[in-house]
Design a protein around this ligand. Structure first.
Ligand SMILES: NC(=O)c1ccc[n+]([C@@H]2O[C@H](COP(=O)([O-])OP(=O)(O)OC[C@H]3O[C@@H](n4cnc5c(N)ncnc54)[C@H](O)[C@@H]3O)[C@@H](O)[C@H]2O)c1
Length: 341
C-alpha cells in the first residue's frame, strides 16, 4: 500500500513487557490509526527490559509492515518522547509483596513525574497521552501535573478495558452481540471501587438495557439484584478472575482496550459514548484536577474526549460513584504528602 500522509510518532513505555508485545504489532499493522496512516514507533524501556524490546523490534522488522516507518528502542525518556504525537505509558511499578499504597504511589511517582516532564520538554505540540500502567488514574494525574505547559486535557487513563468487560458481560447475559450494546458507563477509578453503570445503556433497537434485564430476570427488582450482586462485582474484579483462571494478568484485552481508547480519541467514537478517565473540571461534582472515568465522546477532530454531562443518578448509584471518587481523592492526597503535586 502506498500512502501520502505524514507518519505519526507513537511512544510506548514498557514496550518490552507483556502488554507492549500485544500492542506493537497491531499498531504497526494499522489497527490503531487506520490503514492509511504510517507510524513511527519509539519503545522506551528500563535497562532490564531493553533486550525484550529490542527483540520485539527485530520481529517488527520481520513483519515488513508497509505502514511502519521505523522503530527505535531506547532507555532515554528524552529520546523516546522527542516529537511524539501519541504516548502510551504502559510501564509502571507493580505492587510488590508487603508494599503499602504510599510505597506504590511513591515508586510510580518516580516514573510518571519524570516522564511527564520529558513529554513537556520533547513531545510534539499535539501530544496526547494515555496511561495504562497502574495505578493508572493517579499516574496520569502525576504525569499531567509534571508536564509544564502541556494542557492537562491531553492526559487520560485507561478505563476502556473495564468498559469493554461490562459490555461483554451484558452481551453474554442478554445473548446479543457486543456491538448492539451502547452507552454503558464506567465511573470513577480503574480499581475495584469503579462503578459500572447500565442505567443509561441501550440496545440496538433503543430498548433500555434495564428493561431487557428486567424482562429476562422477571422484574425490575430482580434486575437490580443481578446488577448489584453479579454484574458490578464481576466487572470490577474481572482482573483478579483473569489472573486466577489464566495464571497471568490481562494482556491482549488490555492492549486491545488501549488501542481502542487511542483510536476513538483520535478518529472519533462510533455509536454512543465510551468510557475514559480524563481530567475533571468539576463535572458531576468530581473535584477539579482528578483523573476520573466518565462517559465520553470524541468527534475525531483533534479535540480529544469530551465528557457527556447532565446524566442523572439514583441514590445508590451516586453512593457508588462517590466511593470511587473518594478513593481517587485519597490517592491524590497521598501523592501530595509525598510532595509530588
Ligand atoms: N488500566 C488497565 O486497564 C490495565 C489493564 C491491565 C494491566 N494494566 C497495567 O499495565 C502495566 C503493564 O502491564 P504488563 O502486563 O505489560 O506488565 P509487564 O511487567 O509485563 O511489563 C511492564 C514493562 O514496563 C517496563 N518498565 C518498568 N518501569 C519502566 C519505566 N520507568 N520506563 C519504561 N518502562 C518501564 C518493565 O521493564 C516491563 O518490561 C501494569 O501496571 C498493569 O497493572 C493496566
Amino acid at each position: 500500500m502506498t500512502t501520502q500522509t505524514a507518519p505519526v510518532t507513537v511512544t510506548i513505555t514498557g514496550a518490552g513487557g507483556q502488554i507492549g508485545y500485544a500492542l506493537l504489532f497491531r499498531i504497526a499493522a494499522g489497527g490503531m490509526l487506520g490503514p492509511d496512516r504510517p507510524v513511527r514507533l519509539r519503545l522506551l524501556e528500563i535497562p532490564q527490559g531493553m533486550r525484550a524490546a529490542e527483540g520485539a523490534a527485530l520481529e517488527l522488522q520481520d513483519c515488513a509492515f508497509p505502514l511502519l516507518h521505523g522503530v527505535e528502542v531506547t532507555d532515554s525518556a528524552a529520546v523516546a518522547f522527542d516529537g511524539a504525537n501519541i504516548a502510551m505509558l504502559v510501564g509502571s511499578r507493580p505492587r510488590g509483596p508487603g508494599m503499602e499504597r504510599g510505597d506504590l504511589l511513591a515508586a510510580n511517582a518516580g516514573i510518571f513525574a519524570p516522564q511527564g516532564a520529558a513529554i513537556a520538554e520533547a513531545a510534539a505540540d499535539d501530544i496526547r497521552v494515555v496511561v495504562v500502567g497502574n495505578p493508572a488514574n493517579t499516574n496520569a494525574l502525576i504525569a499531567a501535573a509534571s508536564a509544564d505547559g502541556v494542557p492537562s486535557d491531553r492526559f487520560s487513563a485507561l478505563t476502556r478495558l473495564d468498559h469493554n468487560r461490562a459490555v461483554g458481560q451484558l452481551a453474554g447475559f442478554l445473548e446479543v452481540g457486543p456491538g448492539e450494546i451502547a452507552d454503558v458507563i464506567i465511573w470513577g477509578n480503574h480499581s475495584a471501587t469503579q462503578f459500572p453503570d447500565v442505567a443509561h445503556g441501550i440496545l440496538a433497537d433503543r430498548r433500555p438495557i434495564l428493561d431487557a434485564l428486567a424482562e429476562r430476570l422477571g422484574g425490575a427488582e430482580a434486575a437490580r439484584m443481578w446488577l448489584d450482586e453479579v454484574f458490578i462485582p464481576r466487572v470490577a474484579k474481572r482482573g483478579a478472575e483473569i489472573i486466577e483462571v489464566r495464571g497471568s494478568s490481562s494482556v491482549a484485552s488490555a492492549a486491545n482496550a488501549a488501542i481502542e481508547h487511542v483510536r476513538d480519541e483520535r478518529l472519533g467514537t462510533r455509536r454512543g459514548s465510551t468510557s475514559a478517565a480524563v481530567v475533571s473540571r468539576g463535572e458531576y461534582g468530581v473535584p477539579e484536577g482528578l483523573v476520573c472515568s466518565f462517559p465520553v465522546v470524541s468527534r475525531g477532530d483533534g479535540a480529544g474526549y469530551r465528557i457527556i454531562e447532565g446524566l442523572t443518578f439514583d441514590a445508590a448509584a451516586r453512593a457508588r460513584f462517590d466511593a470511587s471518587v473518594a478513593e481517587l481523592v485519597a490517592e491524590r492526597d497521598a501523592v501530595r504528602e509525598l510532595g509530588v503535586l
